[in-house]
Design a binder for this molecule. Sequence first.
Ligand SMILES: Cc1cc2nc3c(=O)[nH]c(=O)nc-3n(C[C@H](O)[C@H](O)[C@H](O)COP(=O)(O)OP(=O)(O)OC[C@H]3O[C@@H](n4cnc5c(N)ncnc54)[C@H](O)[C@@H]3O)c2cc1C
Length: 484
Amino acid sequence: MSKIIIIGGGVAGLTAGIVALKNGYEAVIFEKHRIAGGNLTGWDRGGCHIDNCVHWLTGTNPVTRQHRLWVDTGALGGVEVYQADALYTFEHNGASLSLSRDVSRLHADMLALSPRDDREIASFIKALNAAKTIIEVSSKSNDRRASTPELLAALPLLLRYHRMTTRQLGQRFSHPVIQGFMECLFPADFGALGLLVAMATFCADNGGIPQGGSLAMAKRMTERFLSLGGALHCSTSVTEIRIVGGHAVSVATDSGDIYDTDDVILAVDPAYAFGRLLDKSYMPLPLKKLYEHPAVSRFSSFHCAFVCELPEPPFQGDRMIGFPKILREKLRSQYLILREYSHEEGFAPEGKSLIQTMHYCTEDECRFFIRLKERPAEYRALKEEIASQIAALIEARCPDLRGKLRCIDTWTPATYKRYTGADVGSYMGFAFPPKLNPVFMNGRLKGLSNVYLATQWQQAPGGLPVAAKAGEAAVLEIMKRGKR
Ligand SMILES: Cc1cc2nc3c(=O)[nH]c(=O)nc-3n(C[C@H](O)[C@H](O)[C@H](O)COP(=O)(O)OP(=O)(O)OC[C@H]3O[C@@H](n4cnc5c(N)ncnc54)[C@H](O)[C@@H]3O)c2cc1C
C-alpha cells in the first residue's frame, strides 16, 4: 500500500489523512503538539472551557460541497449546529447595529440609524444581496455554480468593494456606528470584499457553529482519522524531509527516527516549512510574491478569558466596541471583540458565565510579542496590564459586572507561534488588501515529484474550509500523479 506522510495534524493535515485513507493509502500524521487539531482547539482553565477558534464555520449549510467534506471528515454530521440570529453587534455610545441574518432587517436598521446615509446604505445592501445570491446559488441547489449572467449581474456591484479597505468602506458612512460596524470584524487594512463575502456567507445560513466548539470538532476529526486506520504520532516534530534527486524518500523527527515514505504532504505554515523542513527555493513563486508584497501582511491577535460571577452574561453573541483613544494608541488596535458562550452548556461552571476577548495585532506587533516572550517577567507583566485595562473597559460597558470579572487566561501571537510553529503567530491566511486579485495555488511544488503543500495559505482568506480543501486537494494531486 502506498504510504503518505503528513506533517502537521491541524485541519489541513487531518483532512488529508482522512481523504488518503478513504482512497486506499496508508496515512501517517506527525503532530508536534500532544493532540491534533492545530488552531482548531480549546483548553480548560479556571473551571471554564476556553474556545480558541470557530466564530463561524463556512459549510454548515447541509447542501454545500463543503458540508459534505465536513461530514466525511467527521467535523459535522450528527452534531447540532448553532445558528445565531446575528453574527455580531457593534455598539457605540448606547447605539448599536447587528449583522442579522435577515438582510432586509439589516437594511432597515441601518436606515433607522442614519437616514442621511441612505444612498451608501442602498449600494451596500445591493452588493451584500448580490454576494449572498452567488453563495445561495451554490448552497441552495446542490453546488450548482453561479451562471455567467448571474455572475455578470453581481460583478459590477462587488468590484466597487474590491477596491477599498474595510476602513475606507466605514468612512463612506457618516454615522459612527455604521463606520465601526464595517471596520470592526476584520483587521483595518482588509479588503472590503472579504468582509462582504463573510457577511453574505452568514446571511446565506452557511456560517453556523458546531455544538461543543472547536476542540470537540478537532476530536471528531481525529477520531475519524484513527477509526479509518490512520497512524497519528503526537508530540513528534518533523525536523527534515530528505530529498534524493527531486524525490522525498523519508522524513526525520525530533526523536531521531527516520520514516520512509512514498509521498509527503506539508500541512504546516509555509513561512516556517520552507527554510526549516525544505529548502526555501521550493516555495511556490506566487506564495513567495505574497510574502514579499509590500501591501500584503499577516496578522494575529491578543486574547483574554474572564469568568463572570453572573449566571447569564450581560450581552448575547459577539459584541464589538471601540477602544478609547489611550488604549487605541497603546494597543494599536481600534476595536475589542467580546464573545460570550451561553449557547454552550458546560463552558462555564454552574451559576457563572464566560467572556473571551480578542483584538487584532499587526505583523509588527506580532513580532513585538514574540520578542518580548524571551523576557518572561516583562511579557507576563504586559499581558496582566492589558488584561486589567480590558476588564475595566468591560466593566464600564456592563456595570453589572463590576467586581464580578476574573481573568483566567491571556494569550498572544507568541502563544500561537509556540503552539503551531506559525511564523508570526498568524492563524488565518494573509490580510488581503484591496485591489489585489486572489491567488489560488494547487499544492504541487516545482522540482519535487512527491511533496505537496496543504495549507490555508493557498487561497485567501484562509480559515478552516480552505485548510480542509487544501488537505483534500493534496491527496487528489497524489492520486492524479499516480494515475488513480
Ligand atoms: C482566534 C481564532 C479564531 C479563528 N476563527 C475562525 C473561524 O471562525 N472560522 C474559520 O474558518 N477559521 C477560523 N480560524 C482559523 C483556523 O483556525 C485556521 O484557518 C485553521 O485551523 C488552519 O488549519 P491548518 O491545518 O492549515 O493549520 P494549523 O492549525 O496551524 O495546523 C498546523 C499543525 O502543524 C503542526 N506542526 C507545525 N510544525 C510541525 C512539525 N515540524 N512537525 C509536526 N507538526 C508540526 C502544528 O502543531 C499544528 O497542529 C481562527 C483561528 C484562530 C486562532
